[in-house]
Every structure is written in C-alpha cells, then in structure tokens.
Design a protein around this ligand. Structure first.
Ligand SMILES: Cc1cc2nc3c(=O)[nH]c(=O)nc-3n(C[C@H](O)[C@H](O)[C@H](O)COP(=O)(O)OP(=O)(O)OC[C@H]3O[C@@H](n4cnc5c(N)ncnc54)[C@H](O)[C@@H]3O)c2cc1C
Length: 331
C-alpha cells in the first residue's frame, strides 16, 4: 500500500514541547494552528489533528521552517488542497506545511513565440482549476483536462494529475523546488521524471512553482472542449459526497480499477460511514461521518476481493498519511 511519510529517516515520536510551540508562534503568528483537525483540510472531510499546521508565504519562510523542523527532528508533510489525501484518525504528529499567499500567482512569461507557444508560470499554491481557467480565458490549450481537478498546482505536479490521455507532464517545462538541504533549484523538462500519476520528487523536497508551455489556439474550440469534458466528469463522477477522487491507480495493461471493482460486485459496499460509490466504483465516499479506519477497511476489502477474483493487485492512488489512533508513530 502506498503510504507517504514526509520524512521517513527521522521518525518522530515526541510531542511538540512548549518552547517549540512558542518558536512557531513567534515566527509565524496567526499563520500557525496547533492541534488542527485535518478533516477541515481534506476533500474527504476525514482526518485527526496535526500537531501544527503552518501556512507559509515566501520561499524564505519555507526554508526557515524546514531548517528548523529538521534541526528539531520534526517530520513535515506538504499539504496542497488535500484532495488526494487520507489522513488517519490519530492525526499527524509533526508539521503540516501549506503554501499560502506568495505561492498563488499566475504569470505569463512571454508572448506567443513564432510557433504559437506561450510560457506560463504558476505558484504551487494556485488551484490547478484556476490555472486551467486562466489558460482557457486566454485561449491557451493544454490544461482543459484540469478544469475539474480540485487540487493545487503543487499537488497536481506531485501526482502528475491527469484525465484520460492528458496529464501535467504534457505541458510542464520546468519545476522549482526547495530541496531538503535548503537549496532552491529549477529543473527543466529533460530532468523531470514523470510517469502515470507519479512524479519522482526527492524525499523532503517542496515544489514551489511550475512553468508550463501552452499553445495559443482558437478560444471557441477550446471552450467547446472544456464544456464537453466537464459534462463528462459530472456524469461519471459522484460529486455530491466528499471523497479523494479515484482511490486506486489503474493497473497496467489498459484495465480500469473501477471496472474490476464493479465486476467484483463491490459497488455500494459499506463500512461505517464510508461507501464504495454506486456511480463510479473507484470512488470511496464519505457518506456519513466516515472515519479513516472505515475507509481503510473498505480499501482492504476491495483489494482482497479484486485479487481473489482477478489476481490483480490494486495499489491506492490516494496518499495515506498520519497515524492510527493511540499509535506513537509519526507520519
Ligand atoms: C472529486 C475529485 C476528482 C478528482 N479528479 C481527478 C482527476 O481527474 N485526475 C487526477 O489525477 N486526480 C483527480 N483527483 C485527485 C486530486 O485532486 C489530485 O491528485 C490533485 O492533484 C491533488 O492535489 P492536492 O493539492 O489536493 O494535493 P494533496 O492531496 O494535498 O497532496 C497530495 C500529495 O502531494 C504532495 N504535495 C502537495 N503539494 C506539494 C508541494 N507543493 N510540494 C511537494 N509535494 C506536494 C502531498 O504531500 C501529498 O503527498 C480528484 C479528487 C477529487 C476529490
């Protein structure tokens, strides 16, 4: 199962002490919240409290916080819009870092080149739908697929988010990161390693902004495509209940996870407040105050049944973070 600790090497089991809380308050003031329930920050509406959730506004603030966390031995997790996260009920011991103002701008870097391409830079905290809407309004092709994806640019790059045959990798030409050693680097397309719903990011690195190459095109045509794609999304996805989108990655070989789950007769399977959607079998919904453990039980049941029926091992696409209730382990 894919579980993403932000900082495996330095598993932290200590509580955050008063002096460290004071340091955070002195440096980040109202940008820090202690014991912050993560259900408020995930589209699933699920998740126990984080020791500290800090919204950072500048590259320097990110750098200072990461340096400090490393010195103190606190694990840290980067939170985008929380639309691909399942936070366990015991919450997150350590720091959750969110990119605020200062990471929310979109800039057009150049006018269209002779071949009609335009470079656009977006902060990692921009909602990817907002970037897609900007491109659409400007008549720039390449991001229409992202119109219905409820994540940030940082999260979408990290997940190489996509729909059908299009994904972030197709238009991304550079990404700037803060590395764990405090260095800010910008890597060009040829140095970026994307694959299906995945981007190989060095452990502990934080995406600060991305640069995209978009193609100037006829706005009306783009608009029609956008309407068609959004209509399709609304008709196929269960959007009336909280979820984290697709629960499992599609296995290799052109099969859809949703199809396997459906054929295994698992639509509507329920545990507590969580349910396998009857509309799109790869979505698990928070129907009624579901806990993370309800969702995890469903995930295991689905995996076991699909394996038993088709000998296919489904891997979660949703990132599972945090600790079980009562556990002393960190992320
Ligand atoms: C209704 C619904 C529909 C969806 N449809 C799609 C779809 O069509 N296609 C698709 O691909 N996904 C889809 N998703 C899933 C989700 O929206 C995407 O994976 C999205 O890209 C996650 O972005 P986020 O900002 O919410 O990331 P989060 O969920 O906050 O984080 C996801 C991961 O990225 C890491 N991360 C976030 N920001 C950064 C950063 N700046 N630097 C480093 N790491 C970072 C986090 O630590 C975590 O590991 C859907 C989700 C929902 C709820």
């Amino acid at each position: 199962m894919m579980v993403e600790p932000a900082k495996r090497a330095n598993e932290q089991t200590i509580n955050m002490n008063k002096a460290d809380k004071k340091w955070l308050t002195d440096h980040f003031g109202s940008q820090v919240a202690f014991d912050e329930p993560m259900y408020r920050h995930t589209t699933f509406g699920i998740g126990g409290p984080a020791d500290a959730l800090i919204t950072v506004r500048t590259d320097d603030q990110v750098k200072d916080l990461v340096n400090w966390a490393q010195e103190k031995g606190y694990a840290y997790l980067i939170l985008g819009a929380g639309s691909n996260l399942l936070v366990r009920d015991g919450g997150i011991r350590g720091i959750v870092l969110n990119l605020g103002n200062g990471f929310k701008s979109i800039d057009q870097r150049s006018e269209a080149s002779p071949n009609g391409s335009v470079h656009v830079t977006a902060g990692a905290g921009v909602m990817v739908q907002q970037l897609a809407r900007y491109a659409l309004d400007q008549g720039l092709a390449g991001l229409n697929f992202a119109l219905g994806i409820p994540g940030t640019v940082g999260g979408a790059l990290r997940m190489n988010a996509g729909a059908r045959d299009t994904c972030m990798a197709d238009t991304t030409i550079a990404i700037s990161f803060l590395k764990q050693n405090g260095e800010v680097v910008t890597l060009g397309k040829e140095q970026l390693c994307f694959s299906y719903r995945r981007f190989d990011l060095e452990q502990g690195s934080i995406i600060l902004r991305g640069e995209f190459q978009l193609k100037r095109t006829d706005r009306e045509t783009l608009q029609r495509e956008a309407v068609r794609m959004q209509k399709k999304r609304r008709s196929s996805q269960p959007l009336a209940f909280p979820s984290a989108g697709s629960t499992f990655r599609n296995p290799a070989g052109g099969i859809y996870a949703a199809e396997l789950i459906d054929r295994a007769g698992l639509k509507g399977l329920r545990k507590g407040g969580a349910e396998v959607s009857t509309k799109h079998a790869n979505f698990i919904l928070n129907k009624e105050h579901a806990s993370a453990s309800d969702v995890l039980v469903l995930i295991e049941q689905v995996r076991a049944t699909v394996f038993e029926r088709f000998e296919v091992n489904l891997e979660p696409e949703v990132m599972i973070v945090g600790r079980e209730t009562g556990s002393k382990k960190s992320l």
